[in-house]
Design a protein around this ligand. Structure first.
Ligand code: PMP
Length: 419
């Protein structure tokens, strides 16, 4: 593009606004999707739920001792309807669903799965990765030797044709999915797209949907989509063992000391627990009992999530307002407007994400590194930025969003003038 006086003056203005922002010497961080201290405080009563003389489950299990590999049944009964799985097909584990994902994938690599006993690790093994996606999914799979194959997403979920083309290769063993309020776009897979994924032909006999429902209950608004019953959809399509469902209370109670969940078809649960039995004697049942007493029932979880929404919805709105007032009506960027989850995705002009992240860092606003949302850290368009507004205070989120807008403008006009 030939430089025009308009563009040159826009750059000058953007540059002045950026310098003004940077001169404030701020230190803000909107990198990781962590709950804020105020959110963690909501679950302060967890600490006092189990005492030295009151540690048995309603069924009489002494939570202090070994055993109960599946987790305590009363807690599973609370979460089963929320995750749309039968309680007998839901396992409650330790503090991290990421660990359950690592375990399930490792078992599959070493021993095959419930649907096929050939170890995935016996040959080349690949996973489909809708992008932009969750960086830890990608780094976990890469560390286990999977080849990662990116496919695009639209407003209803992953591109089905692209997924189907890749799934025709028998070395493609499965697909990462964050079905509700995806990290980082906030998109929720529609029931139709989920049904299509459940029925999708695949060459691998044990093609698996890694259905990470980390944000199933994390609504920002009163009107919200329903959790999809992927187990029934897959069973109806003749693939009862296709989904591996993951979730946790990391962003419900305490991120470092929550309870994780794994669910799947009946054979998958037998397969998972028989492998798990070789590496664990039982989960932290004391913590599970704390959670059971804290929530009391499924409604208790729903009520608790409303309190989170009251804290974090204004932070999302602050970012959206700043983006709209700073960048709305320009061709410089688009962004997602999530109804839940922990992230907003900002899409900028091609090749500007890295520059924006650097400019922001120099102006005192830490952003997730550009590229983190893609396998191998490589965003081919160089234009995706993940915004995580939950952790800082509302005032800091407002400031960070203002700074971000200044960086987007500066990097965009630099790029447009450079042609
Ligand atoms: N899955 C997704 C999609 C996430 O965004 C996160 C947290 N950022 C996790 C899993 C991690 O969950 P956990 O704390 O249960 O390991």
């Amino acid at each position: 593009m030939t430089p025009t006086p308009d563009l040159e003056s826009a750059l000058e203005k953007a540059s002045r606004a950026y310098e003004e922002f940077a001169s404030r010497g701020l230190d803000l961080d909107i990198t990781r999707g962590k709950p804020s201290p105020a959110q963690l405080d909501l679950a302060v009563d967890l600490f006092t739920q189990v005492t030295g003389d009151d540690y048995r489950t309603p069924g009489g299990v002494d939570t202090r001792n070994y055993g109960g590999l599946d987790g305590i049944i009363e807690l599973r009964e609370i979460f089963a309807p929320l995750l749309k799985v039968p309680a007998e097909q839901l396992l409650a584990g330790g503090n991290a669903s990421l660990t359950l994902m690592a375990q399930a994938l490792t078992f599959a690599l070493l021993h095959g799965t419930a649907a096929d006993s050939t170890p995935w690790g016996a040959g080349t093994h690949k996973l489909i990765c809708p992008v932009p996606g969750y960086d830890r999914h990608f780094t976990l799979a890469e560390s286990l030797g999977f080849e990662l194959l990116s496919i695009p997403m639209d407003d209803e979920g992953p591109d089905l044709d692209a997924a189907q083309r890749l799934a025709a290769d028998p070395t493609v063993k499965g697909m990462w999915l964050v079905p509700m309020y995806s990290n980082p776009t906030g998109i929720t897979i529609t029931p139709d797209r989920a049904a299509a994924l459940a029925a999708m032909p695949a060459a691998a006999p044990d093609f698996t949907l890694l259905w990470d429902n980390a944000y199933a209950l994390h609504h920002l608004r009163d009107e919200h989509p329903e959790t999809i019953d992927i187990l029934s959809l897959c069973a109806a399509a003749g693939h009862p063992e296709r989904p591996w469902i993951f979730a946790s209370t990391s962003k419900i109670t305490h991120a470092g000391s929550g309870v994780s969940f794994f669910a799947g078809g009946p054979e998958t649960m037998r397969w998972f627990t028989s492998n798990l039995a070789n590496i664990a004697i039982g989960p932290d049942k004391v913590n599970q009992l704390r959670h059971l007493r804290f929530f009391k029932d499924s409604q208790g979880v729903i009520d608790h999530m409303r309190k989170h929404a009251e804290i974090i919805a204004p932070k999302f709105d602050a970012v959206l307002d700043a983006l709209e007032s700073g960048l709305g009506g320009t061709d410089l960027a688009t962004w997602t407007k999530p109804d839940g989850g922990y992230f907003i995705t900002l899409t900028t002009l091609e090749g500007t994400a890295d520059r924006i992240v650097k400019l922001a860092a120099e102006a005192g606003v830490k952003l997730t590194p550009a590229g983190a949302t893609h396998p191998y850290g490589l965003d081919p368009q160089g234009n995706v930025i993940r915004i995580a507004p939950t952790m800082p205070t509302l005032a800091d989120v407002e400031l960070a969003a203002e700074g971000l807008v200044a960086c987007v403008k500066l990097a965009s006009y630099e790029k447009l003038l450079a042609g």
